[in-house]
Design a protein. Structure first.
Length: 284
C-alpha cells in the first residue's frame, strides 16, 4: 500500500464494516464512504462522507486516496471510476463475486442477468483502470447479517426439516467476512496483485448437506433432511410462490445444491498471503 490513507466505498456493508475495522486496527487513516450517517464513537482516524454513488454530485465530494477499496456492486464501482481524474498509480481493490462464474449457465434468467452484470462490471473496470485487483468471494458468512448462514439457521429454527434437492452433495467453500477484510488489505499492499482477479474461498471444502448440518449443530437445531427430486421441487416452488413466506426463493439455488462450487485459492496465497479459516458457523 503506497500511502497511510485508504478510501473505502461501502463502509457500512457486511464486508465493508470488517474492512473498516481492520484498517483502523492496522493504523491506517480511512476516508469512509457510505449512504448511512456517520455512526457515533468512531475512531478519529476515520473521515466520513455520506454519499449516494449514483449521484455525480455526491461522488465529487469524496476524498480520493492513493489506495481505494470498494465493496459495492462491481458495476457501480466502474460507474464511480468513470468519474475519476486519470491516475494510473492509484491502487484499486474491488469486490465482485464468484456468481459471475457459477450463475452464468443457470436455468433462471435472474441468475444469468446477475452473472452478466458482474462480468460486464469487471470488464469495464479493467478497461478504465488496468491495475485494478478484483476479488470474487464465494458464499460469505460471519455473524448476524450475512444473509447466507443466518438464513439457513433461521429456517432450521422455524421448521423441523430441511428440503434437500437432489443429492445435496455439491461441494462448497464458505468464506468468513473477516478473512475477506484481511484479504482486501493484503491485496492492496501487494504489487503482484495489480491487474489480477482472484476467487476467494474458505479453506474447507465440504458437501452442501454437511454444511447445513454444521449450521444446525452450531445453533442447537436438529437437522432432518427431506430429499426432493428436482422436478418436484420446481413444481412445489411454483405452487408456493404466491405465499409471502416462500416468495422470492430462487430456483437456481435449488439446482445448485448438487453442483460443486469449488475454487483454487493458491494464487491469492502466493501473491498476498491469503490464508482463510475453516468453516466456523456461529449461533444466531
Amino acid at each position: 500500500m503506497t500511502a497511510n490513507t485508504v478510501t473505502l466505498l461501502g463502509a457500512t456493508g457486511f464486508v465493508g464494516g470488517r474492512i473498516l475495522r481492520t484498517l483502523v486496527q492496522q493504523g491506517f487513516k480511512v476516508e469512509a464512504v457510505s449512504r448511512q450517517l456517520r455512526p457515533p464513537g468512531l475512531s478519529p482516524n476515520i473521515g466520513w462522507t455520506r454519499a449516494n454513488l449514483n449521484d455525480a454530485g455526491d461522488v465529487a465530494k469524496i476524498s480520493w486516496s492513493e489506495t481505494v477499496i470498494s465493496t459495492v456492486f462491481v458495476a457501480m464501482t466502474a460507474q464511480v471510476v468513470e468519474q475519476w481524474s486519470p491516475d494510473p498509480s492509484r491502487r484499486l481493490v474491488a469486490f465482485s463475486s464468484t456468481s459471475a462464474l457459477t450463475k452464468s449457465n443457470s436455468s433462471e434468467s435472474a441468475d444469468r442477468d446477475i452473472s452478466a452484470q458482474l462480468r460486464e462490471g469487471e470488464a469495464r473496470l479493467r478497461e478504465l483502470h488496468p491495475n485494478v485487483t478484483i476479488l470474487r468471494p464465494t458464499m460469505i458468512y460471519g455473524g448476524p447479517g450475512d444473509r447466507n448462514v443466518e438464513r439457513v439457521a433461521r429456517q432450521l429454527q422455524k421448521f423441523s426439516f430441511f428440503p434437500l434437492v437432489g443429492s445435496g452433495m455439491g461441494l462448497r467453500q464458505p468464506v468468513h467476512a473477516d478473512d475477506l477484510a484481511t484479504a482486501a488489505v493484503l491485496a492492496a499492499r501487494s504489487s503482484l496483485a495489480s491487474g489480477k482477479a482472484y476467487n476467494l474461498a474458505g479453506s474447507e471444502v465440504l458437501p452442501f448437506r454437511q454444511m447445513i448440518q454444521r449450521i444446525g449443530t452450531a445453533n442447537n437445531s436438529t437437522v432432518r433432511f427431506v430429499s426432493i427430486p428436482l422436478p418436484a421441487a420446481r413444481t412445489a416452488l411454483l405452487l408456493l410462490s404466491p405465499f409471502p413466506r416462500f416468495r422470492g426463493l430462487p430456483l437456481g439455488s435449488l439446482e445448485r445444491m448438487s453442483k460443486d462450487l469449488v475454487f483454487d485459492t493458491f494464487e491469492a496465497n502466493q501473491d498476498f498471503g491469503y490464508a482463510p479459516r475453516t468453516f466456523e458457523p456461529t449461533a444466531y
